[in-house]
Design a protein around this ligand. Sequence first.
Ligand code: NAD
Length: 249
Amino acid sequence: MSSSQQPHLVVFTGAGISAESGIQTFRAEDGLWADYRIEDVATPDAWEHDPETVLHFYDQRRNQIRYAKPNAAHNALANLEKNGFQVSIITQNIDDLHERAGSTDVLHLHGEILKARSSVDSRMLYPLPKGGIRMGDLCDKGSQLRPDVVWFGEAVPRYSEACEIASTADLLLVVGTSLAVMPAAMLVDLVPQHVERIVIDPAAESLGRSDIIRLAMPAGEGVPMLTQHWLRKGHLWVPETLYPHERLN
Ligand code: NAD
């Protein structure tokens, strides 16, 4: 158990938790990469050679996110916290749907699309409550602003913080991630050895992880199902019989 009295639920989320809010994932057949090439919009090289296209891509994403609403999965996690559970969320998502649902302990591993940041000093952040970033928008040090998003090939500045959080988990819940993006996906293996891990993802079976409890269902169904169960019990509990999964050893 973590240092505080209350068992610590660590939740690791990916694009799939926001899919039912209408935000496209990356790797689905109709996902974002079906329309864009990664290297054209989400790499330091793209930013160097064609910043207008990069800014346009993130403007579109930002507008989509502003109109989206938290779904049953985001709400269920926030509700668990409201009811006194210790819930830390580590998200790969750049949207703000966990916060808008009411979760207060949220670490964005890959940045936040509703912030701009200096292209010379990553600590200089600027909220974008409306509008986007234009060429010529400068930070206080005079350099062009860029989206506060970690691009492919860049370091993940908050990774060690996320590892610290994972190391204090009493239960790990993984929701809606293909576990394809490193180093984020390695977090699943950084919880203490005795800690149970549950994955909720319609494609959970294809993860090929026989050491993890896999719930092949959408987040909007699976997350409320689990949190209701914990709220009824008053604690985090993983009954083998509850899950329509087969644990292969
Ligand atoms: P991914 O696209 O690689 O994987 C998405 C996963 O979600 C898949 O495993 C898919 O089966 C699952 N999924 C689809 N619908 C679901 C649902 N209704 N419920 C639960 N799961 C569902 O995304 P990823 O693993 O997060 O990694 C890719 C990167 O994409 C991340 O770095 C993230 O920053 C970025 N991203 C973020 C957003 C966002 O902020 N909402 C959207 C797209 C991509």
